[in-house]
Write a protein that binds this ligand. Structure first.
Ligand code: TMP
Length: 208
């Protein structure tokens, strides 16, 4: 498709949203047509699934159900929002995509990478990001940032135990090293430096 598809990944509290806002603004000022979206969500149907997905007790859904919900939401999101934008030659900035499923669901309740990929092919065919930034941050620092931002109003995944978040960081790190579209970002670096790193990488890879 003629557009360019960029996703932002990593654990909670790593500063993805702030950077997406900054990158969206910089690319728009440079004359690009930009769509900013998120997962789970990004279309009315997928936002309805998101409400189920992120609220309630940590053990409300097992990982297999999460995989099915995330993939169903993704299919609707791609059909309603992402594919039309890419077909129109726009740059899509998406807060989380399939690498979140590979990190959050794989390894829990026997969910495997192969199962995630098989469902991805069924629901989305060959669609894959052109560029993925994987934000890396020490979990304790991330927790401090989340508490400062949201107080005690934590979501389902934010309330999972510290061991889960440590494992999640390792998963994201290994995913980033094994997929050419991924670039790992040191999320503890100063905000302006991160923005510069992201824009440099986009300019190097995006020919729009
Ligand atoms: P966030 O968008 O506020 O980060 O919340 C979404 C939560 O959903 C976050 O904890 C990560 C989780 N998630 C998954 O577990 N699997 C997925 O495929 C996606 C997209 C998100």
């Amino acid at each position: 498709m003629p557009g360019f598809f960029i996703t932002f990944e990593g654990g909670e509290g790593a500063g993805k949203s702030t950077q997406i806002r900054r990158i969206g603004q910089a690319l728009t000022e440079a004359g690009h047509s930009v769509v900013v979206t998120r997962e789970p969500g990004g279309s009315p149907g997928a936002e309805a699934i998101r409400d189920l997905f992120v609220s309630g007790a940590p053990d409300r859904w097992d990982a297999v159900t999460e995989l099915l919900l995330a993939t169903a939401a993704r299919r609707d999101h791609v059909r309603q929002t992402i594919a039309p934008a890419l077909a129109a030659g726009q740059i899509v900035l998406c807060d989380r995509f399939v690498h979140s499923t590979l990190a959050y669901q794989v390894g829990r309740d026997d969910v495997t990478e192969e199962q995630v990929m098989a469902l991805h092919r069924l629901a989305l065919g060959e669609l894959w990001p052109d560029l993925t930034f994987v934000f890396d941050l020490e979990p304790q620092l991330a927790k401090e940032r989340i508490t400062a931002r949201d107080g005690e109003k934590l979501g389902r995944f934010e309330r999972m135990d510290p061991a889960f978040h440590t494992r999640l960081r390792e998963r994201f790190s290994s995913i980033a090293q094994n997929d050419d579209v991924c670039l790992q970002i040191d999320a503890a670096a100063p905000m302006d430096d991160i923005t510069t790193t992201l824009l440099d990488a986009i300019n190097a890879r995006c020919t729009l």
